[in-house]
Design a protein around this ligand. Sequence first.
Ligand code: HEC
Length: 145
Amino acid sequence: MKTLARTVAVCAAASAALLLAASAACARDDVPDEIARRENPVTLAPDKVRYYAKQYRTKCARCHGARGDGGGDEASEQEVPPADFTDAAYMKTRTDGQLFYQILMGGGERCAMPAFGPRSDHGWSEEKIWYMVRFVRRFAEPPGE
Ligand code: HEC
């Protein structure tokens, strides 16, 4: 009986995940090819890290978590859970351009992430977003790199 209950639970979870995937309308699922392929034009020099750490703490950590592991205070309220930036295997599947696009555009219909691009309330320049992509990448890098 126990096994059956578990099987049912697993199946329910799997179909819920499928449903979510099928209807997820996050910007990150729909990145135009040209942007997905863009190279990051900036490098995050050590003197800039502190600034972006502060931006991250004040604008991103409530969802993505102070340590970038997707465990922010508001993470559980999100229909699609915020990514775990410390998951190196997952992060390798994402190009800088894809990360850039999500920060630029925000989540879209079903992802509650705010947009940060030039035309959003936050009004970040594209350059600032590219720097933030570099900063977010640091969570999956061994310390000292
Ligand atoms: C209100 C919650 C919330 C806030 C605030 C937020 N995000 Fe997100 N973010 C999400 C959700 C939900 C997703 C969609 C799931 C995912 O891809 O992680 C997401 C996705 C992303 C992605 C795409 C990851 C991928 O899988 O390709 C990046 C990059 C990102 N966020 C960066 C940021 C940065 C940088 C900030 C702050 C400047 C920020 N987010 C603020 C909720 C949030």
